[in-house]
Design a protein around this ligand. Structure first.
Ligand SMILES: Cc1cc2nc3c(=O)[nH]c(=O)nc-3n(C[C@H](O)[C@H](O)[C@H](O)COP(=O)(O)O)c2cc1C
Length: 390
């Protein structure tokens, strides 16, 4: 088992994940697309923003509690959907749900989870659960998942709209990485040299379920070949505002649209009765030329901040990054890779460690800003690159 107490930050967890996973699976989780420009830019954009320290305010009672969609959270973070969570660790989605429940934050189950969504509700630790929706070419198969998510009691539906066009991930082609995982001449040596992952994850699925990990939330015809599965999982590029209307009509609870990078689109979401938007470039995956969500955030907050919940993601690795998002008007931050590295390294304890690290950093940096309550953070706490003294 990985030595988690030696992991002092998210990068340490990333290195533990790198050791345990095959190269192909690690790069699938870690990299962006094309030349990884958007991936790097997400970090650069966050790092260019500075926090303005304040002093001499008693912060000994500081805490990270907040509310999200009217309900309490122990910190203003939610775990976002990450498709391979169940490939990196046996029942990885349940592990993430348990870690989120312990940390008092929501967890988003991905459409492509390898554990049925109902089982994650049953075994996930009783925390707040959101269901993420990808819309496949066969739209009805996706809509069936919405009905299941409602019956299973999910609090919110997260409709991802930035991924209708296939990502250009050349490294996946080179590494021979496919989802679901398949044995190919290109990845066989990679698999053979990572027995901890191969036996500890894939082997356990085979022992428990009698087959390789599958997608359990997708109503796919039986007996599809791997090419058939790949074709089935092509996303539907005909999605439009009419479709959003349809989803709004059928989903009675909180509806969140993920993958917004323009204030006008956020305004349209508000007009369609959406409860919250996630400003996101899919962690640098959707387009390598994408804007960094943190740079788009202020314009979205100006446009819809008083009408709906605004969440931001992509590139958040430190507590100070989260404070930058909040100071620019976000209600919360979504975490993708930070907890994915944690669960890849060590299952639920690894994901819990990632959340502990973020919360410790958040509390620490609140002290530096002389903040006791996150509700008191303001735009004055951040200095944007163009505002820096020369
Ligand atoms: C390996 C991987 C798989 C992902 N799978 C999904 C997914 O199935 N659906 C989705 O909406 N977003 C998905 N995302 C995007 C995350 O939900 C989130 O937007 C992103 O990871 C945030 O950036 P960060 O990883 O830098 O925190 C995925 C991200 C990664 C890294």
């Amino acid at each position: 088992m990985a030595n988690l107490s030696a992991a002092l930050n998210i990068e340490d967890l990333r290195l533990l994940a790198k050791k345990r996973l095959t190269k192909g699976l690690f790069e699938f989780c870690d990299r962006g697309s094309e030349d990884d420009v958007a991936l790097r830019h997400n970090r650069d954009a966050l790092e260019r923003i500075k926090l303005r320290s304040r002093v001499l305010n008693d912060t000994s009672g500081r805490h990270t509690r907040s509310t999200l969609f009217g309900k309490p959270v122990d910190m203003p973070i939610a775990i976002g959907p990450t498709g391979p969570a169940g490939f990196v660790w046996y029942r990885g989605e349940t592990a993430l749900a348990q870690a989120a429940a312990k940390a008092g934050i929501p967890f988003t189950v991905a459409s492509t989870s390898n554990t049925p969504m109902e089982k994650i509700v049953e075994n996930g630790g009783g925390g707040r659960l959101w269901y993420h929706l990808y819309v496949w070419r066969d739209m009805e198969a996706s809509l069936k998942a919405v009905a299941r998510a409602e019956a299973a009691g999910f609090e919110a539906l997260v409709l991802t709209v930035d991924s209708t066009i296939p990502y250009n991930r050349e490294f996946d082609v080179r590494n021979g990485t496919t989802m679901p995982v398949r044995l190919t001449p290109r990845n066989i040596a990679d698999l053979a040299t990572h027995p901890r992952w191969l036996f500890g994850t894939v082997g356990r699925y085979v022992m428990a379920d009698g087959h390789l990990p599958r997608y359990h939330n997708i109503d796919m015809p039986e007996g599809l070949s791997s090419t058939g599965i790949r074709d089935f999982l092509f996303k539907n590029d005909s999605l439009d505002w009419e479709f959003l209307k349809r989803i709004r009509d059928m989903w009675p609870r909180t509806l969140i649209v993920k993958g917004i990078l323009h204030a006008d689109d956020a305004a349209k979401c508000a007009e369609h009765g959406v409860d919250g938007v996630i400003i996101s470039n899919h962690g640098g995956i959707a387009s390598d030329a994408a804007l960094a969500p943190i740079d788009v955030l202020p314009s979205v907050v100006r446009e819809v901040g008083d009408k709906m919940t605004v969440i931001v993601d992509s590139g958040f690795r430190r507590g100070s990054d989260i404070l930058k998002g909040l100071a620019l008007g976000a209600d919360a931050v979504i975490i993708g890779r930070a907890t994915l590295y944690g669960v890849s390294a060590a299952g639920e304890p690894g994901a819990t460690r990632a959340l502990e690290i973020l919360q410790t950093e958040l509390r620490r940096t609140m002290g530096v800003l002389a903040l006791t309550d996150l509700a008191d953070i303001t735009r004055d706490h951040v200095v944007m690159p163009h505002e820096l003294p020369l």
